[in-house]
Design a protein around this ligand. Structure first.
Ligand code: ZN
Length: 297
């Protein structure tokens, strides 16, 4: 049986009333290919560009959306983890992206400040939607939406909205299709012009409207959130047991956050501290030993 990857860090993001979970497994700088993977990644080469976006500044100039085929996965995992694992194992022909999304699952493989290999070549820039010169690989964050499922597409829209807010991008100008970066007669003649994102392209404007809707609801970004923590464990199953107990007792939004090698069981996420204190009192009455944790969005 395949050994599934474990995220190094789990990040929770609030988009309006939706909570989004990002599993981070950032490819280490020193990871090298165990075999020849692509024309530009031979055995012993680094598995990613190891370079910052936007002329070394690390500030993304846009987001590129891709589609890739859905896959059959082993039980106990999902396609976003499986694509991440294939990347780590050198089975993606040299493609390295920032995010894989499948249904509500998100796996992050690259830091948002670094370059990937996902759109055209590594050196060309073209006129972008703002009239500046931008390169897909050189300057943008890549998201692969796995398969045609509408839930996956909806999660991608939320992720795009979140990233736009986080990096000061505007969904009206800064979101690109993969094939925007493939252009010119050489690309077409060689058959390289990709019909990507194949499932979203036919209704791209509708997708952007959904992004805009979520973008408007990411208003809390940068503010502090107050969460009530009920326990922290090194063993995941202990955290899952506590989470199940909380849900059974009516605290239906209990969840697990993995950080600093601890599985933390938390309830609620409030921008007003008094709301967290009220919840804390309810939990105390039921015998839970709690404290309020503060986290930036
Ligand atoms: Zn693509």
């Amino acid at each position: 049986m395949a050994t599934f990857l474990q995220p190094d860090k789990i990040v929770k993001v609030q988009i309006g009333s939706h909570e989004m979970t990002i599993n981070q497994k950032i490819i280490p700088d020193n990871l090298v290919a165990k075999k020849d993977i692509a024309s530009y990644v031979k055995k012993g080469d680094k598995m990613k560009p190891c370079a910052k976006l936007n002329n070394g500044s690390g500030k993304p100039k846009g987001i590129t959306v891709h589609n890739t085929g859905d896959i059959k996965v082993s039980s106990g995992t999902n396609a976003a983890e499986q694509y991440t694992r294939a990347t780590y194992n050198g089975n993606m022909s040299g493609v390295v992206v920032h995010f894989y999304v499948w249904h509500r699952e998100i796996w992050q493989n690259l830091d948002e400040s670094e370059r990937g290999w996902h759109a055209a070549d590594g050196s060309t820039r073209r006129t972008d939607h703002r009239g500046n010169k931008t390169g897909g690989n050189l300057d943008t964050i890549a998201i692969e939406c796995i398969g045609p499922d509408s839930e996956s597409e909806d999660t991608v829209a939320k992720l795009v909205a979140y990233l736009c807010k986080k990096h000061g991008l505007d969904p009206k100008y800064d979101v690109y299709t993969h094939n925007y970066w493939m252009y010119g007669k050489d690309d077409i003649a060689s058959g390289a012009r990709k019909n990507c994102p194949i499932y979203i392209l036919p209704h791209w404007n509708q997708f952007l409207e959904t992004v805009n809707k979520y973008f408007a609801s990411v208003a809390n970004m940068g503010k502090t959130l107050y969460k009530v923590q009920c326990g922290a464990f090194t063993v995941k199953s202990n955290a899952e047991n506590l989470k199940a107990k909380l849900i059974k007792e009516g605290f239906s939004d209990a969840y697990i956050v993995y950080a600093n090698k601890l599985y933390k069981v938390q309830v609620g996420a409030f921008s007003e501290k008094s709301n967290a204190e009220n919840l804390q009192n309810d939990l105390k009455k039921k015998g839970y030993n709690t404290f309020i944790s503060q986290a930036a969005q």
